[in-house]
Design a binder for this molecule. Structure first.
Ligand SMILES: Nc1nc2c(ncn2[C@@H]2O[C@H](COP(=O)(O)OP(=O)(O)OP(=O)(O)O)[C@@H](O)[C@H]2O)c(=O)[nH]1
Ligand SMILES: [Mg+2]
Length: 193
């Protein structure tokens, strides 16, 4: 897809703040610091639209981005960040669960994992959570630029096996540095619209 416009619409913490539209929507889920915001920027050809940080926990709200006036990306706070209190973690869980289970135009969740490491227990839990609610899931294995090309398939296999990936779910090798996988990711997203 050729992105001609993209903008942040709102940072929301509760359903009353979600944009009142029925545009198709894709939410980004993944471990804190895995590269969700970088994925959004790469997909939109925007350098600083979604805030990126080398420190985990940058994204704290549900950030809605409007693209070409026809769809939304929703940047979601990451999970698995150790320096988070129990009550913050519970609030996060509630916010994500409310969003995922109530947002009717949510077409699929884009689950971002780090290609370099086997998915964590939290990643597996998130994947199983989506399966439980019957939410379509697209897995993006990012930071591929950090692995030599010749080893990509080997690492991808570990990712699939650790998630116990359903054969109907698609997985894309991605890099926000090089743009690897960007066209494939867009064509999969479009197939859900
Ligand atoms: N080499 C490389 N670095 C990446 C890639 N994607 C993200 N990064 C780096 O990883 C760090 C975290 O990226 P973010 O996009 O902020 O991660 P996030 O998942 O949005 O993090 P939170 O908002 O804290 O949950 C930054 O230093 C990015 O530059 C990638 O594909 N390749
Ligand atoms: Mg972020």
């Amino acid at each position: 897809m050729k992105v001609v416009s993209s903008d942040i619409v709102i940072s929301a913490v509760r359903p009353a703040q979600y944009p009142e539209t029925d545009l198709p929507e894709f939410a980004l889920a993944g471990r804190s610091n895995v590269g969700k915001s970088s994925f959004i920027n790469k997909m939109l050809n925007r350098k600083g639209l979604a805030r990126i940080s080398s420190k985990p926990g940058k994204t704290q709200t549900l950030n809605f981005y409007l693209i070409n006036e026809i769809l939304h990306f929703v940047d979601v706070p990451g999970y698995g960040y150790a320096k988070v209190s129990k009550s913050e973690r519970a609030a996060w869980g509630k916010m994500i669960e409310t969003y995922i289970t109530s947002r009717e135009q949510l077409r699929a969740v884009v689950l971002i994992v780090d290609l370099r490491h086997p998915p964590t227990q939290d990643d597996v839990m998130m994947y199983d959570f989506l399966k439980h609610y019957d939410i379509p899931c697209i897995v993006i294995a990012t930071k591929a630029d950090k692995i030599p090309r010749g080893k990509w398939q080997k690492y991808l296999k570990v990712t699939k096996e650790t998630l116990d990936l359903d054969e109907n779910d698609q997985i894309v090798l991605f890099s926000s540095e090089t743009g690897e996988g960007k066209d494939k990711a867009w064509s999969i997203l479009q197939s859900f619209m």
